[in-house]
Design a protein around this ligand. Structure first.
Ligand code: FEO
Length: 394
């Protein structure tokens, strides 16, 4: 990726990672990008870097615009290694003595990642850095999504460098929202559902804080994916909606199966939901990645989970998914459990307990079928689907 001009003297010098398909367990079917930003003024500043293996590309991109040695300041908005991994190479190239601005937690985290004695300049929330004709204001965004996270806001240009927030795992030649249109929204939604969902209350507070500050945004520049220049309000509004966890009349039936019995039950439950006019789909845990299932859970009212009983417990993929979903703290959901068994049949209760521990309202005691469901059992599954459908529509 060549440097992309964002505004006068402001560039994205980041890189596309076209081939990544697994981002710590999150499927990135279209790759991702690591965006980094260069601002030229009396003082030249680099905001964030890229994954370590792309350091050469980042330095090449910077060199197409300016000799890296002429960079005066480096800002680290976030210390996770997809944005800090190239810092050692960059600081070596730029000059180890150059000021490195970050949050207080950023300094601690960078020290624990890289063990370097860089010229750290930890900043306070609201602190300003003058570049010449421009000013950067630092905004602390602790736990969005790491303790060190912060935003950098370029006051005169009204450009927000928002770190992971408002990002999407997407690699493409289109670098702005107006060049890709609505097609980017599923990627933004997946990013929110899997990275930011558990911080929903903090996001709502942050939006309120920014509204009170009367900050305006001409462009929002996240560290992944496209930049929002045509309609930055669109992604802010989407974040507010997702953070409120407003659900649609929708259910997700998540399951695994050994001999297709739990699968038949899942499909019959979906049929019952569908009869009630509910958008529903069965999602087999070895056919869909957990990150894609979580994206569907985000705006679903009902989460129905099924597992065969294996060795007196849950099928491992079901445990995996429940652990993952629990960590992301979905809210305002109803749920139920189902599954087939041979002789002991613990799975349904185990799922129910897990859903309850997530404050998911259980609306049925759960449905167990021994070995293979007959017509009567399948009819009971359809009825369970209808019951859930009625609970969804209230
Ligand atoms: Fe894109 Fe939290 O790193």
């Amino acid at each position: 990726m060549k440097p992309v001009k964002i505004a006068k003297d402001i560039y994205d010098v980041g890189v596309n990672d076209w081939n990544i398909r697994d981002f710590h367990g999150y499927t990135t079917d279209l790759g991702t990008s690591y965006n980094a930003f260069l601002i030229l003024d009396k003082k030249t500043v680099l905001i964030d870097t890229v994954k370590a293996e792309f350091a050469d590309q980042l330095i090449d991109n910077i060199s197409k615009i300016i000799d890296p040695k002429k960079i005066d300041y480096v800002i680290s908005n976030h210390t996770e290694m997809d944005h800090s991994g190239s810092l050692p190479r960059v600081m070596h190239k730029v000059g180890e003595e150059k000021p490195l601005f970050c949050s207080k937690m950023g300094q601690k985290n960078l020290s624990r990642h890289f063990r370097q004695k860089w010229n750290y300049r930890p900043v306070e929330n609201g602190e300003e850095l003058t570049l010449g004709s421009r000013t950067i204001t630092f905004l602390e965004t602790r736990m969005l999504h790491w303790p060190d996270s912060m935003f950098s806001y370029l006051k005169e240009d009204k450009i927000l460098f928002s770190s992971d927030a408002f990002g999407q795992h997407y690699a493409g030649m289109e670098k702005f929202d107006d060049l890709i249109g609505e097609a980017i929204m599923p990627h933004a939604k997946k990013y929110f559902a899997n990275i930011l969902l558990l911080y929903s209350p903090l996001i709502l507070k942050l939006v309120e804080h920014v509204t009170n500050l009367k900050l305006e945004f001409n462009i929002i520049c996240p560290d992944h994916g496209i930049l929002w220049r045509k309609d930055p309000g669109k992604i802010i509004n989407a974040y507010v909606k997702w953070s409120r966890q407003e659900a649609k009349n929708k259910a997700v039936v998540i399951y695994d199966t050994m001999w297709h019995s739990t699968e038949k039950m899942a499909e019959a439950i979906v049929a019952g939901l569908s009869e009630q006019g509910i958008e529903a789909r069965p999602m087999h845990l070895r056919k869909y990645n957990r990150s894609d299932i979580m994206t569907e859970v985000l705006d679903a009212k009902a989460v129905i989970v099924g597992s065969p009983t294996l060795n007196n417990g849950l099928f491992p993929t079901v445990s995996d998914f429940l652990t993952y979903m629990k960590g992301l703290k979905p809210k305002n959901k109803i749920g139920a459990a189902f599954g087939s068994y041979g002789w002991s049949g613990e799975s349904v209760n185990l799922i129910k307990n897990e859903l309850e521990s997530m404050n998911i309202e259980i609306i049925d005691p759960g449905l167990k079928v021994q070995y293979v469901p007959d017509d009567q059992s399948l009819e009971a599954c359809v009825e369970l689907g209808k019951k859930i459908g009625k609970a969804i529509t209230g």
